[in-house]
Design a protein around this ligand. Structure first.
Ligand SMILES: [Zn+2]
Length: 449
């Protein structure tokens, strides 16, 4: 009780002093007090970041939703399954022993924890009815911690396989609707959209053995790299929104951004299934994932944006789309897509719509960057650096206090003039914000005489 009173007293005293100090500073701005620089939470000084993401690469995402995004100048992120794209080098296949050998062995060796992953990978590739469904079911059960039930499903599939005249391999067909080819995808990429890994053929990675899991993840990445270049191998989404620990370990080792999870001290994540608000005060950033499902109303979707704009910290709203206009899982109508995107666009002065990669870059860069400031009378020199490597090259937004007596000034990076915005101007001097590249040439703010 005593401690609580003291704490309250201290806090009261502390606030009074801060208030007094603030008043003092407001009345008498120190003319020598300038150069202070901070990296703004989101690019261009926006209050909220939104990433619009699509899974599976079904045709209407490109034919219906993408043109709306182009019209409004919003880039999207498309997590694609590459196996069925015409021209891909890698198709779904089983990596390991002969399927026939695995099936025959199952007659005398029961499925257990040791052989579950090999067998769950194998059953999916056997040419028989229900193969993919049984694999998916085993994966879902395993991820719910129901290992015995998962084993029973695999056993059932193997009994069925032992009854076949011949055990043949067949790549599952998972993509709904007409195919979109690489030429078209390259064109979309050139318009500013991001493409990312969603595996070759959409398996349940949590029940796959290492060889098959890595084949699905890394050979999808390889086709994207060869077709679109290294800028599109930054982020990934492992199918079915898995958060399986073993799968995440592999994926996090190969991708800088992962929509499934992104463990960072500075980021609190709320997944698509989480019933939580974007308000969370223990981390600087909150990633709030919301998946518009078939029955999500426009009103609900608009409320996500409003709620995120109201959040105290720095929310990142990540929207997860699947089907559009009848093709793909839980489809949304393109009319509702348009109405929603126009709503977001209408709040463009407060919202930064960036690809999943761009927002990941900005967030990680801001947490890692250091700002070295050298203020002089007529010139402020700033060095902005981080140690994340050259794949983190997103421009960052700085806010700098310039002396109140600078009537005219300019901002340069590497000697080239760049534009700036007056953030505010008043008793505490004038503040500007501007976009610059990290790990690049020196930044100079100088008075123009
Ligand atoms: Zn998917």
């Amino acid at each position: 009780m005593r401690a609580a009173i003291e704490k309250r007293y201290f806090s009261h005293w502390f606030h009074l002093n801060i208030l007094f100090l603030g008043l003092l500073m407001a009345c008498h701005p120190d003319p020598d007090d300038f150069g202070e620089t901070e990296i703004l939470p989101w690019y261009d000084g926006k209050k909220l970041a939104i990433s619009i993401t699509y899974d599976d690469g079904t045709v209407n995402q490109f034919q219906k939703a993408l043109p709306i995004m182009n019209e409004l100048g919003m880039p999207g992120t498309f997590y694609i399954n590459t196996g069925e794209i015409p021209g891909s080098q890698y198709q779904a296949k089983f990596i390991g022993r002969e399927l026939k050998e695995i099936v025959e062995e199952s007659a005398s060796v029961a499925t257990d924890r040791e052989n579950l992953f090999e067998r769950a990978s194998a059953i999916r590739m056997i040419d028989m009815s229900g193969a993919v469904e049984m694999h998916n079911q085993a994966g879902a059960l395993f991820e719910q911690g129901k290992e015995e039930e998962a084993i029973a499903v695999v056993e059932k599939a193997l009994v069925q396989a032992r009854g076949l005249n011949q055990v043949r391999e067949r790549a599952p067909r998972v993509l709904e609707g007409p195919r979109t080819d690489w030429d078209a995808i390259r064109e979309f990429a050139s318009q500013g959209h991001e493409f990312g890994v969603h595996t070759i053929s959409h398996p349940r990675l949590a029940v796959m053995d290492e060889d098959n899991l890595l084949y699905e993840l890394l050979n999808c990445r390889e086709d994207i790299l060869n077709q679109l270049g290294p800028e599109h191998t930054f982020s990934a989404e492992c199918p079915f929104g898995t958060e399986d620990e073993r799968v995440m370990e592999y994926a996090l080792a190969h991708f800088e951004g992962l929509r499934n999870i992104m463990p960072m001290d500075s980021l609190h994540e709320v997944n698509r299934w989480g019933h939580y608000d974007p308000d969370y005060e223990l981390t600087p950033y909150v990633q709030w994932q919301r998946g518009p499902l078939g029955d999500t109303t426009l009103l609900q979707k608009k409320a996500w944006v409003d709620r995120a704009l109201d959040a105290k910290h720095h929310p990142w709203l990540v929207l997860v789309y699947h089907g559009i206009d009848g093709i793909g899982w839980e489809p949304q109508s393109s009319d509702s897509v348009r109405a929603y995107f126009e709503y977001i666009h209408g709040k463009g002065d407060q919202i930064w719509v960036g690809t999943f990669k761009e927002v990941t870059q900005y967030l990680k860069q801001r947490m890692a960057a250091s700002v070295d400031i050298q203020p002089e009378k007529d010139q402020i020199t700033i060095y902005l650096t981080h140690n994340l490597g050259e794949r983190f090259d997103h421009p960052m937004t700085l806010r700098t206090q310039v002396p109140g007596n600078w009537d005219e000034f300019r901002v340069l990076q590497g000697g080239k003039e760049i534009s700036y915005n007056m953030a505010e101007s008043g008793a505490t001097g004038q503040w500007v914000h501007y976009n610059v590249l990290p790990n690049s040439e020196e930044i100079v703010l100088e008075q123009v005489r």
